[in-house]
Unconditional design. Sequence first.
Length: 206
Amino acid sequence: MSILKRREISHVIYILTAVIILLAEYTNLGALTSSKLMIAVTMIVNFTIVLGFYNLVYRHVNIITRQQKPDMYYSLVLIITFVVNLACMYLWEPGFQWILAKVFMPVMIAITLGGFTLITMLYRGARVRDWVSLVIMVSAIIVALSKSAIGMLIPPLYITGDWLLAVPNMSARRAITILAGLGTIILFIRGLLGLERSYMGETSGA
């Protein structure tokens, strides 16, 4: 196996980059090198975006040329929309603003309102199997009612809904945030130790 294909090379690059950025962040040592590394990372990210555009167009053009029905119609709409939007973005600013105001925003609003349908499906599919499910269901109903028009007319309901959002809900969100932060730190340490290899497309070690 060539030395350029050995995983140790990737580990060394990862560790050196991480150490340089951490030192620059907390001690200001190697700040110039860290800045250049961040610029390089930005350039790589931009290249991956261009590569993603190429893969998107290539895949859907293949679907259209092979006439894979009914997917070809969706691919055709996607390609036309992509080209028109990209052309307006760089060549016709008023047209791009019209697309944002008259097409993009209404679609986003429709998707947001579609969340009501999702909530309705979850409510209809919910089954109270134990006391935990019962607590969750009752809490969800109280919060939903407290944020509706009827909630303003019933002060105890409004106060209870705000308390559920401010205390139990916030406590759970903070716990999830802390666990996510700890998980990120553990993932970083595993990368430094060479145990995490998912960024190279490999299965992580034990």
